[in-house]
Design a protein around this ligand. Structure first.
Ligand code: FES
Length: 121
């Protein structure tokens, strides 16, 4: 899974289509964690898989994390919604909070984490 000293391979670009999410196990600051990688308006984004509401995994109840219109991410626990492009919570109850964004790079048909806090599991 390791691509280089600074990069961790996620998937090939064709494996992440518009409106899809992937759950990828990572080591984040040395701790085992889960991440959510998604494609939104053709661009790939990644976030730590931790809801800002109760620190649950976004997929703790089910893995359908996009809303019906593929416009917002929705936590499966209580339904708070997030802007896929920046992780901002757009539900009133947690307004002003945001998901922890993880740095990604996509080129040559490959998506990689490029984030010093991340190493492969
Ligand atoms: S834990 Fe995510 S909405 Fe409550």
């Amino acid at each position: 899974m390791l691509t280089s000293d600074r990069e961790v391979f996620v998937c090939h670009s064709h494996q992440l289509r518009e409106g899809e999410t992937l759950l990828i196990d990572i080591r984040f600051n040395g701790l085992l964690e889960s991440s959510v990688v998604l494609r939104h308006q053709e661009r790939a984004y990644a976030y730590l898989n931790r809801c800002v509401h109760m620190n649950k995994r976004l997929d703790c109840e089910h893995t359908q994390l996009y809303d019906r219109n593929l416009e917002l991410l929705r936590c499966s626990m209580h339904g708070l919604v997030f802007d896929p492009a920046n992780g901002d919570c757009v539900s009133e109850i947690c307004e002003g909070k945001r998901l922890c964004a993880l740095k990604l790079a996509e080129s040559d048909g490959r998506i990689r984490f490029r984030d010093k806090r991340i190493s492969s599991v």
